[in-house]
Ligand binder design. Structure first.
Ligand SMILES: Cc1ncc(COP(=O)(O)O)c(C=O)c1O
Length: 445
């Protein structure tokens, strides 16, 4: 007998998460066939040898006996209180432990926050490019994702007046991702102030995704949006996944500040959703207090000479040498959103390129269109591999782009290995006699 067809819900129509989509599945097939694939599609620190700080593991082990039971639906008190103290240290004073929810990663909380808010057809302002879960979660809850442009020619920074023009009487919320995934932009204070005013004026709920808050380069300053939003509700998202390299712990949080008077029912709805899943991962929550206090080891990785900094530099150097590529130096987060020059390769198609790069050069990256942009000439790489690997990756990218260029322009090709080329040098820019601190430690502490 033929098995009955099981149809997925039509609610999932239009919901996508291509970072783990068909390209990633093809990469797994190639791996199973014995090929070694360099996978740069996901910001998963553990997959690149990064470790969570040791003291976080110790805190978890020390409290494992306290972690058998379900905990309170919003999370354990020490973790929520640690988030309160972190917010206070940043100048956000109107958050109490009661206003903090712990979740199985920020991902779960994004789903809760939109689920508790949206009626069919409600609109959410989301950056383009975005971290695609925001768009997916909006569609999943029958909302309409309205993308506001953060274009390359403005350094991926949004224009508040353009955002204003997209507001309708169905707009309920605005999502801000800062530092930004995938672009690495860190928004200037003036832009954030203008967005805060706009949200207050139109009574929009502000969803500020700040999961990369401490991952900044070359002195870029991250301003918590909650310090600027007072007259409307502001939800700030943070977590252990990136800053603390502990994404497998599945710990994220959201804290509510600003105008909470009218938000009682919304916060109760959120608590109901949190209760329906009983609680989030308890052992992981025991690492939060330790993580958030004291020395923040991420700075050892982002400062000049640190591992993330060096890989970022390797990308900047490779792009500077390339006739095909362009990039805005990422000021924060763990990615570079690299453009292919339209005037040099006018027919470039990010999806086709990503598939060809995977099949022929064994590198997996995320095409730009996975991040809800209308243009097809960008791709995202994560900064997590070491700089030598990144140098190799950009060598392979260069080879493929040159092949495409030569084909289009009917030029006879020579393979890279046959060409005399400079021996790769560490991407540290130092004056003679000057030394930069060298830190390749991935268990920076
Ligand atoms: C901007 C942004 N928000 C949220 C998440 C989800 O993080 P998690 O669920 O691991 O806390 C990610 C993960 O890459 C992200 O880049």
């Amino acid at each position: 007998m033929k098995a009955p067809r099981i149809q997925p819900s039509s609610r999932l129509n239009g919901v996508k998460y291509e970072i783990r989509g068909p390209l990633a599945r093809r990469a797994s097939e190639l791996e199973k066939a014995g090929y070694e694939i360099i996978k740069l599609n996901i910001g998963n620190p553990g997959a690149f040898g990064f470790r969570a700080p040791e003291t976080m593991r110790l805190a978890m082990i020390e409290n494992l006996r306290e972690a058998d039971a379900y905990c309170y639906q919003k999370g354990i008190f020490p973790a929520r209180e640690a988030v309160v103290m972190q917010q206070q240290s940043r100048g956000v004073f109107d958050v109490t432990a009661d206003d903090v929810f712990m979740g199985n990663g920020v991902s779960e909380l994004i789903l809760f926050c939109l689920s508790a808010l949206l009626e069919a057809g409600d609109e959410v302002l989301i950056p383009s490019p975005d971290y695609p879960l925001w768009t997916a979660a909006t569609i999943l809850h029958s909302g309409k994702a309205v993308h506001y442009p953060c274009p390359p020619d403005r350094g991926f920074v949004p224009d508040p007046e353009e955002i204003r023009s997209l507001i309708t009487d169905r707009t309920r919320a605005i999502v801000v991702i800062n530092p930004n995934n995938p672009t690495g932009a860190v928004y200037p204070l003036e832009t954030l102030k203008a967005i805060a005013r706009l949200a207050e004026e139109h009574r929009l709920l502000v969803f500020s995704d700040e999961i990369y808050d401490q991952v900044t380069f070359d002195g870029a300053e991250h301003v918590p949006l909650a310090t600027l939003v007072k007259k409307t509700l502001c939800a700030t998202f943070g977590g252990l996944s990136k800053v603390y390299r502990a994404c497998g712990f599945r710990v994220g949080w959201v804290s509510f500040s600003g105008e909470k008077g009218g938000a009682l029912e919304y916060l109760q709805a959120l608590e109901l959703l949190a209760s329906l899943r009983l609680c989030s991962n308890v052992p992981g929550q025991w690492a939060v207090q330790t993580a958030l206090g004291g020395k923040q080891s991420i700075t050892d990785l982002t400062r000049p000479g640190g591992r993330l900094w060096k890989t970022r530099q390797a990308i900047l150097d490779a792009v500077a040498e390339s006739p095909y590529l362009t990039v805005q130096a990422p000021e924060g987060a763990m990615y570079a959103f690299v453009g292919v020059k339209n005037d040099v390769l006018p027919n470039f198609d990010d999806q086709k390129f990503a598939l060809e790069l995977l099949e022929r050069k064994h590198v997996l990256l995320a095409p730009g269109t996975s991040f809800n942009v209308p243009y097809k000439n960008y791709f995202r790489v994560t900064l997590l591999p070491d700089w030598e690997t990144m140098r190799e990756v950009f060598g392979r990218i260069h080879d493929l782009l040159r092949e495409q260029y030569n084909q289009t322009n009917h030029i006879h090709d020579t393979p890279r290995s046959a060409e005399p080329g400079p021996v790769p040098q560490p991407p540290l820019k130092t004056a003679p006699g000057e030394t930069l601190p060298d830190d390749d430690s991935v268990e920076a502490h």
